[in-house]
Design a binder for this molecule. Sequence first.
Ligand code: NDP
Length: 246
Amino acid sequence: MLKNKVAVITGASRGIGKAIALEFAAIGADLALIYAGNREAAEQTVEQAQLFGVRAIAYRCDVRSFQTVKATVDEILSAFGFVDILVNNAGITRDGLLLSMSEESFDDVMDTNLKGTFNMIRHLYPHMMKRRSGTIINISSVSGLRGNAGQANYSSAKAGIVGLTKTVARELASRNVTCNAIAPGYIETDMTAKLSEKTAQAALEMIPLKRMGKPEEVAKLAAFLASDSARYITGEVIRIDGGLCI
Ligand code: NDP
């Protein structure tokens, strides 16, 4: 389904990004996989992806840095020749009530989640525009759609991603490039493993399907959005949250 396509996935060493990488590999995409510092985990994703017979290379790149992202995108383009799919998945949380939230914690979350997404799109935009084809998938969150106490930084960044997604969809539509967002609810990864027992239990009670989602379930949705079956979908935000935000 993604045979002969090249996908760039950020935050692909763990969790949802890794699941997306392996799902894309299973359906034939070659992969440029970006991670922050966890080299061992990134190399493991590469090895697992290669078992599907695709090309996969890991790139250490801090998505917060405009210049580092530019250099990495240049490196990817010279290694693969072109890019069809960009998945902006790298993200962090630094939760706490706004009353005591530090400037650093606000900036860090905004820089990683929102500016990182901007940086990646900014440097692949000219390439996709010239090629007159491409798909961008941004990982937002239900926190960005409805707000979440204790996540002023994170929900602002994730809401920003929604605005960015719709703008990019409008700007690049005439070049046959689509841009959509996925808004997951609670998904079982390192990020949610940090939640206290009490918070996790309270979350489960609010989810109509009464369980957390799996990274592989988000990956299936990303694979659909990246496929030719979704070429008429752009500027959309799709929740995958077990009904949390109904
Ligand atoms: P994880 O904490 O499991 O993984 C985060 C990934 O992002 C890692 O690969 C990490 O790399 C990478 N990363 C972090 N900072 C940077 C950076 N500055 N530059 C490049 N890469 C970076 O997260 P999840 O899989 O849980 O989350 C993935 C995305 O999904 C995030 O955007 C998150 O906000 C979103 N999301 C997650 C939900 C959940 O319940 N899990 C719910 C809603 C949205 P490294 O391993 O090298 O540190």
